[in-house]
Design a protein around this ligand. Structure first.
Ligand code: GLN
Ligand code: ZN
Length: 761
């Protein structure tokens, strides 16, 4: 993205018609040049090219292999516009010289277990492939070469490209069966790179860390033996894997014997080292990923060096490469931009530019000897000691409290069937109760007031009374709409994780620590640096005020422990389960305080629960679900039976871990279902799920106001799988990105639809 998110700014300006394609392309060129220089200056021996993308690197390959679905191709758009049309959709009226365009984006899905999203290849039955004219990897290799940088182009591997794809709408092809069609194009590309002067390429095959069907495993053998037998001159190949271990797929490695090096992630899975070493073919090089590409922590040099030395002991120095564990896409640009971090804490961090230097230092230490980088190693050891012994990382009161967590603290007073009657008597809700997910439109006035308060232009009292006015407005709107369970609307929240992080001890924040989420969208995750505790209530004032001005039930609104953890950079010095437990204890106090303040409906959002699922099924996944569920229960079970706990998830695919959803023991779940198949709700029927559930009845991501008939049809579908007594009526998710007119209109229709069903049952 660039240290200042230059790429985001330029692409968005291009989309808005404010800069030309040439200007955007020039921005890309400048960024690539500066990023090559960062790596060169850091002393990296191998520098990547083709790691740059205007939107997403998998999308680059869709165009590179001419696997563009015809619904885009048919418009004959310039390549750059076709590319963006696939990434984000394109709707454009006809002009004198061009016809109208109306095409939605390709599907975007999470990249492994990161918060990055890639564009999914959609493949046709009988899909053909061919190499795009002026292939991007060749062009960018030559661009770097002209600047005196000899790079290693990075490509998505043929097996991963297909495995990560899916059949297009209406097609039934199993993507992996297209391998034979794809390989000639792939080989042509490799030959062109060689011709251009590339001695080596990096081929990413990250799917090797997943559980793979046997067909996909077999595809590795086919792919790499065909590449080896191509009969044309191609660069040496490094096959790269990351985000997991490859031990369960180790039998695939021998078939890669034509490959000169294998890269593995030794940060996540250092224990795979021995197995990988013994599976290497004679002469094959190990690329040891020992600098974490997924977080912001300084590498522990001593540990990294000892791993690399172990590899050297087995293979010899000329067969070991030092590397980051993955690309540096998932970590912010440079620590040098952060002027406001506490000095003690800044010394513990290393962002992308600093990690590049770490790689070079570790390599020197193991080749020229530790003495050659003594100053760096000593400083690193001092920084590790400072972090280990800092009062920030060790709060005895937090540890003491964790040691006193008892089994009873995970349990509500009565099981759901016992407590629901108490809740219903207290809340007096009708059948098909209506509610919303928490936020209401974050208007310009709200953002302006927050900025003014941030800059000190208005006082805390002025800001608070502004927020109270906003809450009152939202409450009156909901009363007028006839909603049953109200919310305060979250006007005081900038972001659902940052807001809590700023009120907890143990977090710090960056000013420029942006990482790409998708396309031009970036997030700036807060950083967990130490033991977490809650010095004071975080949301009670706003919720209590909201409850005090209405006779309707008011729903308190919190972000759950897993989401607070997953959407931050977590610590790497204590297990995530420990951090989740600390967050849970802090939230538990908040939940109890809300109850004491008279708020008897409390929603604890956990949209990140599923993305934290370990990539492979089995022990690791079970262990994660165990501590994730426990942390949710610890946060929410401190209340009396009469208090109703809600939770919210932004999806409705629960098949893989339904037992965990049940185990949360939340009284009411709201989930995002309006765009998904209602059949996904069948699992709730099959498992005789007894609790209440609100599968969103309309999509909040678009300003479109759904017709009442559509909402009614949706509710009918839901009633095929859910009992009327358990069904809540709510939108898919929070309304913060919407405007008031469509929000009011859609909720009005939603409430009317609920009333019709109430009258029927
Ligand atoms: N309560 C949050 C909101 O309404 C939930 C957001 C989310 O699920 N991502 O904004
Ligand atoms: Zn949501």
């Amino acid at each position: 993205m660039g240290g200042n998110r230059e790429l985001k700014k330029a692409t968005e300006a291009y989309w808005a018609g404010k800069i030309s394609a040439e200007e955007l392309i020039q921005t890309g060129k400048n960024l690539r040049a500066s990023h090559w220089k960062v790596q060169k200056d850091a002393g990296a021996g191998t520098i990547a090219s083709n790691d740059f993308s205007f939107y997403d690197h998998v999308l680059d390959h869709i165009q590179l292999f001419n696997a563009v679905p015809n619904r885009y191709r048919k418009y004959n758009l310039p390549a750059l516009d076709e590319f963006f049309a696939m990434g984000r959709g394109l709707q454009r009226a006809a002009t004198d010289s061009t016809s109208a365009v109306d095409v939605p984006a390709l599907e975007m899905v999470k990249w492994f277990d990161s918060n990055y999203h890639y564009v999914r290849p959609t493949l046709q039955d009988n899909q053909t492939f061919s190499l795009a004219a002026d292939p991007k990897p060749v062009r960018e290799f030559l661009e770097a070469k002209a600047q005196g940088v000899n790079t290693r182009p990075v490509l998505v591997g043929p097996v991963s490209f297909l495995h990560l794809g899916k059949p297009d709408r209406g097609a039934s092809v199993d993507p992996i069966t297209l391998l034979e069609n794809l390989l000639p194009t792939y080989i042509e590309l490799l030959a062109k790179l060689k011709e251009a002067g590339a001695d080596t390429v990096q081929i990413d095959e990250p799917v090797l860390v997943l559980d793979l069907p046997s067909r996909t495993k077999a595809a590795f053998k086919t792919a790499y033996s065909k590449i080896a037998a191509a009969g044309v001159s191609i660069p040496q190949i490094t096959v790269a894997t990351y985000f997991g271990d490859i031990v369960h797929n180790i039998d695939v490695l021998p078939s890669l014997s034509t490959v000169s090096a294998i890269h593995v992630d030794l940060v996540r899975n250092p224990e795979q080292l021995d197995t990988v070493i013994s599976a290497l073919a004679p002469g094959q090089i190990l690329s040891a990923g020992v600098v974490d590409g997924r977080n912001i922590w300084k590498t522990n040099f001593q540990e990294a060096i000892s791993i690399v030395e172990k590899a050297i002991g087995a293979l010899g120095a000329d067969r070991v490469v030092v590397a980051t564990s993955s690309s540096l896409l998932h970590t912010p640009h440079t620590l040098a931009s952060e002027k406001k971090l506490p000095a003690e804490v800044a010394d513990w961090f290393s962002f992308a530019s600093e990690k590049a230097k770490e790689v070079a230092i570790i390599a020197r230490a193991v080749t020229e000897g530790a003495a050659s980088v003594k100053a760096e190693i000593d400083a690193n050891a001092a920084s590790m000691r400072s972090r280990a012994t800092s009062a920030r990382t060790n709060d005895p009161a937090v540890k003491e409290r964790q040691s006193k967590v008892t089994a009873a603290m995970y349990e509500r007073q009565s099981p759901f069937t016992g407590r629901i009657a108490a809740q219903q008597a207290h809340l007096g809700l009708p059948l098909f109760p209506t509610t919303t997910i928490g936020s209401f439109p974050q208007t310009k006035e709200i953002r302006v007031a927050r900025q003014k308060f941030g800059k000190g232009d208005i006082s805390a009292t002025e800001y608070e009374s502004f927020i109270e006015k906003e809450i009152e407005l939202v409450v009156r709107e909901q009363e007028a709409l006839g909603l049953d369970v109200l919310v305060h609307g979250e006007p005081e929240r900038n972001d659902m994780v940052q807001y809590f992080g700023e009120r907890l001890t143990g977090y710090v924040f960056t000013n420029f620590g942006w990482v790409q989420s998708y396309g031009s969208r970036c997030v700036r995750p807060p950083i967990v640096v130490g033991d977490i505790s809650r010095p004071a209530p975080m949301t009670v004032k706003e919720s209590k005020y909201a409850a005090s001005i209405t006779s309707k039930p008011m729903k308190g609104m919190l972000t759950g422990p897993i989401t607070c953890l997953r959407w931050s950079f977590p610590r790497d010095d204590v297990h995530q389960s420990v951090q989740a437990e600390q967050l849970a204890l802090a939230l538990r106090d908040e939940v109890v305080d809300l109850e004491a303040a008279g708020v008897n409906v409390i929603q604890v959002d956990e949209p990140a629960l599923r993305e934290g699922l370990p990539l492979r099924s089995g022990k690791e996944r079970d262990a994660y679900l165990d501590w994730a569920v426990k942390s949710f229960r610890l946060a929410t079970t401190g209340v009396k039976d009469v208090t109703q706990i809600h939770s919210h998830f932004c999806y409705s695919e629960f098949q893989d871990f339904f037992h965990a959803i049940t185990a949360l023991d939340a009284d009411v779940l709201s989930i995002e279902n309006s765009k998904s198949d209602a059949k996904l709700l069948k699992v709730f029927e099959d498992e005789a799920y007894p609790r209440h559930i609100g599968p969103g009845v309309y999509d909040i991501h678009s300003p479109r106001v759904p017709p009442q008939e559509e909402i009614k049809a949706r509710i009918e579908e839901m009633l095929q799988f859910l009992k009327p007594q358990q069904l809540w009526i709510n939108p898919d998710c929070g309304l913060k990105t919407r405007q008031w007119p469509e929000t009011r209109a859609a909720l009005d229709i939603m409430v009317k639809a609920a009333k019709e069903f109430r009258a029927k049952y």
